[in-house]
Design a protein around this ligand. Structure first.
Ligand SMILES: Cc1ncc(C[n+]2csc(CCOP(=O)(O)OP(=O)(O)O)c2C)c(N)n1
Ligand SMILES: [Mg+2]
Length: 747
């Protein structure tokens, strides 16, 4: 009983039902009338939805056909779920839709509402991974479309729910602020997902977040659509579970419908959409469906379902149900149904034959092209654009109180002032996270922002990093500028899929048509005296570094932080880049460099219009010819500058020090220049030995220099950071830098 045969069986069931129809035919029904007593779906519209169901089904057959010829690469289908066409019909085409992989009929139906989209051809282009695929350009088979307001989603089930909730929450905040948005004020967000996915902590968390916000009085216009086929690959969902879990939740309107009945789903979806749109309340639409033809073409269902069970499911095929309805109510004759079905088959087959002739991606350059867009001039211009002087004056409390007119201050203060300027410069910027509002953040970096800009723009979220990042992604989909804060680096790891899987991949899977530019502020790195333990001193950046396309910034001093932030925001704004912004906690309050009270780590606030160029390191040269170059970042910069002084004073060794500032991409030109300037490079990396930055720096130098310099590294141990004072044994120190530098110069 092969999978291909099951498709033939299901196809045959349909054609037989129609061709062998023997019951008497009723008189033709007026298609202008509703198909249900008192309902809102006319016969005409019902037939269109039926056509979308059929088209989606034939796409699933064609996917298998293409796969069998080794021309197609994707066979996860929508067979049995086609009633989701009625959900699309109940929505507007500019209600942003975050769809899972069984929303084929939804996709087709929305295309009916958007001129100029041939959705089936687009889907087929995706299946054959053609570079002509208008959404991903051959990078994945996804339901996505810019004109249809369907951002592409990844295969990671449930990972799109936080952004749907986030977009709904952001929409309401932006509306309240009167901001211009790319969707109407009364738009709602919709997300579709399966019954097994509804158990994922990310889904449960997203629903929880929506309800938490609703409970505290926020509007959250999000429609959760659970397409419940009772199984997740091979694992049955216990009967009644989805309703038990979501049917009776405070604040969650719940509507159920039988996915075999197109008209019923339309009525239920129309009610659900109207409720969500008018009340701005989260709504859960629970559609019972069946899953036919296995999880995917490669799934051999007989391994976990008996033939009788498979046939029983197939007998519940919603297309059979729709055909029966059409014929038995007089909406369509058997031959009209058959003509629709067969003409659609022919059209899809013809499209299938055509798409295989279309081009595919042929080089790594083409593949990566949308990953990390960078427009240097525009970014530089945006970074150096400053808010109007009078606005700044008014906000800071008079010209004399402008930050650039104040005495030099430490990093936390300058960051705080830069965030003030950011919220001034970008009315569409929102700053949010745990404890950032009234408290002003754990380290007071966001002090005063809540008082100045109000609760709509600076607000506390609930304690869930996945939701914080989901909110950022959703907000950015609406062209807002999110500044989420993650309280400590250790807790970024808790939610990193929202960046790794979702935010960072959006431009890749949409050829840059959708973007979610943001600056994620993360309090990070070690060396905190007196407040110890791994979770507040996490120094592991490997999981950030291997995310394609993200920018990683790590300022070590106040003036750089201000100038870099201006550029980071410009990258998010101009090129839609995701910037991971690491703030070295231990340097927040650091004032001195070499001696007590020398004020060596205090900085003047850079004038408006001054920015640190993207990807450019800062070099501290030394007097005379240097013996070595120290390359570092973050706390390592402060330590290395101190070590450099000791080296010169006590050992007669002269060192240049480079603060990379941008950890991704690396400033390879400066690395090369430093290597060539001294012929000796000591890398001081407070990250771990394995997966830290030192590996990348070594590699970059070796690749860039025809004659590589002598190199050594002083790095963090491969460990978690311990409590108490034992961390000192695990991270580079002034003394260890001196020692390694001496060895490098001597050896
Ligand atoms: C986070 C994650 N874990 C595992 C998978 C592999 N996977 C893909 S679909 C699926 C089952 C989903 O079942 P359900 O949510 O009921 O949707 P259905 O396929 O039945 O429509 C699994 C386990 C995945 N894509 N993402
Ligand atoms: Mg399922």
């Amino acid at each position: 009983m092969s999978v291909v045969n099951r498709a033939a069986v299901v196809d045959g069931n349909f054609t037989r039902l129609v061709s062998e129809w023997s019951s008497p035919l009723p008189p033709p029904r007026d298609r202008d009338l509703p198909v249900l007593e008192g309902g809102r779906l006319t016969g005409h519209r019902w037939i269109e939805l039926f056509a979308s169901q059929i088209e989606s089904r034939h796409l699933d057959y064609e996917a298998r056909n293409l796969k069998s010829k080794n021309k197609g690469y994707y066979t996860i289908g929508s067979t049995g779920h086609e009633a989701n066409a009625a959900v699309a019909a109940a929505l507007r085409p500019n209600d942003p839709a975050f769809l899972h992989y069984r929303s084929g009929a939804f996709f087709r139906e929305r295309a009916r509402q958007v001129p100029g989209v041939d959705s089936s051809r687009d889907v087929l282009l995706g299946m054959v991974a053609s570079s002509d695929d208008p959404i991903s350009g051959g990078r994945h088979k996804v339901f996505g479309s810019k004109p249809m307001w369907i951002p592409p989603q990844t295969s990671t089930i449930a990972s799109h729910l936080p952004k749907a909730v986030g977009a709904a929450m952001a929409l309401e905040r932006a509306n309240a602020l009167g901001l211009q948005l790319p969707v109407p004020k009364d738009a709602i967000m919709v997300c579709t997902f399966g019954d097994a996915s509804a158990n994922h902590n990310v889904a449960a968390g997203a629903v929880n977040t929506a309800l938490w916000a609703w409970h505290k009085g926020d509007a959250v216009p999000v429609l959760f659509v659970c397409e419940d086929n009772g199984i997740g690959i091979s694992v049955p969902t216990p009967g009644g579970w989805v309703e038990a879990a979501y049917g009776d939740r405070e604040g969650l309107a719940y509507v159920a419908a039988d996915g075999r009945d197109l008209a019923e789903v339309f009525e239920a979806a129309t009610d659900a959409v109207a409720w969500c749109r008018e009340k701005r309340q989260p709504v859960f639409l629970h559609i019972s469906t069946v899953r036919m033809l296995g999880h995917a073409g490669s799934d051999v269902e007989t391994e976990y379902r008996t033939r009788e069970e498979i046939e029983a499911v197939e007998s519940l095929d919603p297309l059979l149900e729709s055909a029966r309805f059409a014929i038995s109510t007089g909406l369509m004759t058997p031959s009209e149904v058959s003509d629709l079905y067969e003409s659609t088959r022919r059209r899809i087959a013809a499209l299938g034959a055509e798409v295989v002739t279309r081009p595919v991606l042929t080089s790594a350059e083409e593949v990566v092209a949308p990953l990390a867009p960078y427009s240097p001039e525009r970014v530089a211009a945006e970074a150096t654009r400053s808010p109007a002087p009078e606005v700044r004056g008014a906000t800071f409390g008079g010209d004399e109180r402008l930050p650039e007119k104040q005495k030099p201050r430490h990093l936390a203060v300058l960051l705080n002032q830069a965030l003030h300027d950011t919220l001034l410069k970008y009315p569409e910027a929102f700053l949010f996270g745990e404890d950032v509002a009234k408290k002003g953040g754990v380290y007071h970096v966001t002090d005063g922002l809540w008082d100045t800009y109000g609760d709509r723009r600076v607000f506390n979220t609930l304690l869930d990093e996945t939701s914080i990042l989901g909110l950022a992604i959703g907000a950015a989909h609406l062209d807002l500028l999110p500044l989420p804060e993650i309280q400590y680096l250790a807790y970024y790891h808790n939610a990193e899929d929202q960046i790794r899987g979702e935010a960072a991949s959006l431009q890749f899977f949409s050829k840059g048509q959708f973007r979610n530019g943001m600056v994620v502020r993360i309090a990070a790195l070690g060396y905190q005296k007196g407040f110890g333990g791994h979770f507040h001193n996490d120094n592991s950046i490997a999981a950030l570094r291997d995310v394609p396309g993200v920018v990683i910034a790590a300022p070590s001093r106040g003036d750089d932080a201000v100038g870099m932030l201006r550029t980071a925001l410009a990258l998010a704004k101009v090129d839609g880049r995701v910037v991971l912004w690491l703030e070295p906690i231990a340097l927040y309050m650091t004032k001195d460099l070499h001696e007590d009270n020398d004020g060596g780590w205090l900085c003047r606030y850079p004038d408006p219009g001054v920015a640190v160029p993207f990807g450019k390191a800062r070099v501290w040269p030394c007097e005379g010819k240097a013996d070595l170059s120290i390359v570092t970042f973050g706390n390592g910069t402060w330590l290395s500058l101190r070590a450099a002084r000791i080296l010169e004073r006590d050992h007669g060794i002269r060192a240049r020090v480079t603060d990379l500032r941008w950890l991704n991409p690396l400033d390879v030109d400066t690395l090369k220049a430093e290597a060539e300037a001294t012929g000796r490079v000591l890398v001081v990396d407070e990250g771990r030995k394995t997966g830290g930055l030192s590996e990348a720096i070594f590699t970059a130098i070796v690749e860039a220099c025809p004659r590589p310099p002598k190199m050594a590294r002083d790095v963090g141990a491969d460990t978690y950071i311990p409590l108490g004072n034992a961390w000192k044994y695990c991270l580079p120190s002034e003394a260890s830098i001196v020692e390694k530098a001496r060895a490098l110069v001597r050896g």
